[in-house]
Each structure stands twice: as structure tokens, then as C-alpha cells.
Design a protein around this ligand. Structure first.
Ligand code: NAD
Length: 255
């Protein structure tokens, strides 16, 4: 018996085989879950479709999370195909490259709104659409970073968006607990991915983690996947509104 046998859900945020969302997908699949996937655009579909199919997925849909209509269409299709779902993984973020490179005071109004929209509001929009399909309860997990709590050099507007995301997790959890829908975040240490390549001083962040985290190393997609599996499965049935750090203890250590 797998932990996720008989459970169905959707993962937003696979771009390639380095994506954190892909690490989560592999863990969920190994535990017996049936998974639907989304991709941002046609260029990414070429990468996402073969990965999804390798895990036996046959629901693979386009979704730009900037669009309420596209998000709604995804959940309508899930309702048509499956009726209900048990979990949602939100592993999506975006900020303009210059807003991660320039001093924070130079963040434009548009850049600030864009980062908030794609990286934080999208969780609220997705959850609104997911709730009617979670009639028997469910679990929603999003991805955060320490820059939500601390001013991490080079993280800038994305840190502000992650703070909004973590706060949204708490408000969503407070509202949806009575429906037995749990909402949590995983706060991962730095991991080399497509999105991470836009973050300022990224290599330095990996080095600092190796030097100063209690585990004296970086973490990987598989470890974030295992923690997400815990939060998405019944093992965490009493846990909601939490930010669960997977960063080798870096967040608690003064080095
Ligand atoms: P990634 O580039 O593999 O994933 C980011 C995903 O966001 C991609 O699949 C991309 O297509 C998607 N995306 C961007 N704009 C979108 C839009 N408008 N609509 C739909 N999808 C969109 O990188 P990743 O590092 O795996 O990022 C996944 C999540 O993990 C992000 O929320 C990121 O902030 C978070 N995170 C990453 C790290 C790290 O060091 N890599 C650390 C902590 C948290």
C-alpha cells in the first residue's frame, strides 16, 4: 500500500527535470498518486509532456496563472475527468530579472505587481477553484523561501511576494480548516533550477548554505519532494497553516 494510493491531484510548476515540482511529482507517483500537470506555454509543453507521460499522466493542460480563466479551465477539466481531487501543488513564481538584480528601491510598480500576481495571488485563485472539487477534504502545498522572513541579498521583490504567499497560506488555512482542507508551505533552501538562475548571488547562497547550515550541505529536489509528500498525505492530517523548512536547518542557525 502506497501513502497516496487512490489519491488524485494536480501539480503546477514543472518546467523541466530540474524543477522542484518534478521532485515532488516523482515522490507522489512513487507513493501511488495519480497526477495531472500543467505547463506555462508551448515551448515548455515540449519538456513537460514527456516527463508527465513517464509517470503515466494523461491530464496535461496549459495554464498561465496570470489568467483567472485559464486557472478555472484547468479545474473544470479536472472536474469533468475526475469529479474530485485530493491535492494541489503550487510551485510557480516569477519576477522580472532586473528586479532581482537592481537595488530593491528601484523595483518598479509594474514589477512589484507582477511578482505578487504570479507568485502569491495565484495560490488564492487556484485554491478558490480547487475547493469545490475537494468535497472530502484535501491538501494544498506551495513553495516558499527564507527571503520571506529575512532580507536576503538579491531576493528583493520575490521576498516580498513570498511573505504575501506565506501569509496567504495562513489565511487560506484558517478559512478552509472546517472543510478539512489543509494549506501549507515548504520553505526550501537554494536549489539550482531555471527560476533560481534569475536570483542574484545564487551561487553564493549555495556556498553559504554548505558552510553554515547545521547539515553543512545544500538540499535537493528529492528532499523537498519527500517533505511535500508528508504535507500532501494523511501523515500530516493535523498540520495546516505551517511553513515547513527544508533547508538543512539554515533558518535556525547563526552559523
Ligand atoms: P522552475 O523554474 O523549475 O519552476 C518555476 C515554475 O514557475 C516554472 O514551471 C514556470 O513555468 C512557472 N511559471 C512562471 N510563471 C508562470 C505563469 N505565469 N503561469 C504558470 N506558471 C508559471 O524553478 P523552481 O526553483 O523549481 O521553482 C518552483 C518554486 O519553488 C517557486 O515558487 C520558487 O520560488 C520556489 N523555490 C525555489 C527555490 C530554489 O532555490 N530553486 C527555493 C525556494 C523556493
Amino acid at each position: 500500500m502506497g501513502l497516496m494510493d487512490g489519491k488524485r491531484g494536480i501539480i503546477f510548476g514543472v518546467a523541466n527535470d530540474k524543477s522542484i515540482a518534478w521532485g515532488i511529482a516523482q515522490q507522489l507517483h512513487a507513493a501511488g498518486a495519480e497526477i495531472a500537470f500543467t505547463y506555462l506555454n508551448e515551448a515548455l509543453e515540449k519538456r513537460v509532456r514527456p516527463l508527465a507521460e513517464s509517470l503515466g499522466a494523461n491530464v496535461i493542460l496549459p495554464c498561465d496563472v496570470a489568467s483567472d480563466d485559464e486557472i478555472a479551465d484547468v479545474f473544470k477539466e479536472l472536474e469533468r475527468q475526475w469529479g474530485t481531487i485530493d491535492f494541489v501543488v503550487h510551485a510557480v513564481a516569477f519576477a522580472n530579472r532586473e528586479d532581482l538584480k537592481n537595488p530593491f528601491t528601484q523595483t518598479s510598480r509594474e514589477g512589484f505587481a507582477l511578482a505578487m500576481d504570479i507568485s502569491a495571488y495565484s495560490l488564492v485563485a487556484m485554491t478558490r477553484c480547487a475547493v469545490p472539487l475537494m468535497s472530502a477534504g484535501g491538501s494544498i502545498v506551495t513553495m516558499s523561501y527564507l527571503g520571506a522572513m529575512l532580507a536576503v541579498p538579491g531576493y528583493n521583490v520575490m521576498g516580498v511576494a513570498k511573505a504575501a504567499l506565506e501569509s496567504s497560506v495562513r489565511y487560506l488555512a484558517a478559512e478552509l480548516g472546517e472543510r478539512n482542507i489543509r494549506v501549507n508551505a515548504v520553505s526550501a533552501g537554494p536549489i539550482k533550477t531555471l527560476a533560481a538562475s534569475g536570483v542574484g548571488n545564487f551561487k553564493e547562497k549555495l556556498h553559504i548554505m554548505e558552510e553554515r547550515s547545521p547539515l553543512r550541505r545544500t538540499v535537493n529536489q528529492e528532499e523537498v519532494g519527500k517533505a511535500s509528500l508528508y504535507l500532501l498525505s494523511d501523515l500530516s492530517s493535523g498540520v495546516t497553516g505551517e511553513v515547513h523548512y527544508v533547508d538543512g536547518g539554515f533558518n535556525i542557525s547563526a552559523g
